[in-house]
Design a protein around this ligand. Structure first.
Ligand code: SF4
Ligand code: SF4
Length: 236
């Protein structure tokens, strides 16, 4: 866990604004880190912010705290081997062609710098989505690795209190399932103790239309269309 050598700290406060979780404060003239809020992003310990080198991290983290680092620090390798935050499959659709007409990629992003997200909230989403017949969780996803029962969406009990900067729950669905999925998410949203946004991945029809967008708008979601082109350098 990110720690402070209190005998080295001079209480200059330089480190305080760098923490994306607001976990660092000054107490009694020295820096103090709220360990429950710290997501082990490594920003304060890896970037020479402290003029006295008073901030440090242990060589390794115990389970399950290590998950904070794996989900929040881009320098920390993840046990699943999935790079990024888990949308690799969705972002490479134009290379893999996985999302065909009639299929949709659906992702729920929980947490952001400033709020973070606990796996307890991610479990609320996975359990709500798992109740919909035919929903299939994407397996190349760091959150999926913590689900102990894909049929119920139940995650491991020992990870639920861990907090990370953000996590993404991903599923693939038939287009016809979209209203049920959005309704399930609407019901669970008020119970979440964090922010969330929804990503929808769809092929565009030959006439340029995206039928799924009408469904999303009818259910009151604000739509922000995005397009991404992968050059596929990995295949050269
Ligand atoms: S930057 Fe270093 S010396 Fe200054 S308050 Fe933070 S830990 Fe202490
Ligand atoms: S490791 Fe990240 S979250 Fe933890 S105290 Fe440092 S900057 Fe804040």
């Amino acid at each position: 866990m990110a720690l402070v050598h209190s005998e080295l700290c001079v209480g200059c406060g330089k480190c305080v604004p760098y923490c994306p979780m607001g976990a660092i404060s000054l107490s009694g003239g020295v820096a103090s880190i709220d360990q429950d809020e710290c997501v082990e992003c490594g920003l304060c310990t890896e970037n020479a912010i402290c003029p006295k080198k008073a901030l440090y991290a242990p060589e390794s983290f115990p389970w399950p705290r290590v998950l904070r680092s794996e989900f929040s620090n881009p320098h920390c390798p993840h046990r699943t081997g999935v790079t990024g935050r888990g949308t690799e499959e969705m972002k490479t659709n134009d290379v893999t062609g996985r999302y065909r007409f009639g299929k949709l990629g659906f992702a729920v992003e929980l947490g952001r710098p400033g709020t973070g997200a606990r796996f307890r909230d991610m479990e609320k989403v996975t359990m709500a989505l798992a109740k919909i017949p035919g929903v299939h969780f994407e397996e190349k996803n760091p959150v999926y690795a913590l689900i102990e029962d894909p049929h119920s969406g139940k995650m491991r009990d020992d990870v639920l209190d861990e907090k990370v900067l953000s996590g993404i729950v991903e599923i693939m669905i038939d287009e016809a399932q979209l209203p049920d999925v959005l309704q399930a998410l609407k019901q669970v949203e008020p119970t979440l103790d964090t922010v969330c946004s929804v990503d929808l991945i769809s092929r565009v029809q030959a006439d340029g239309s995206i039928p799924a967008l009408d469904v999303v708008r009818k259910l009151g979601y604000y739509v922000s269309p995005n397009c991404k082109t992968n050059l596929g350098f990995g295949h050269l």
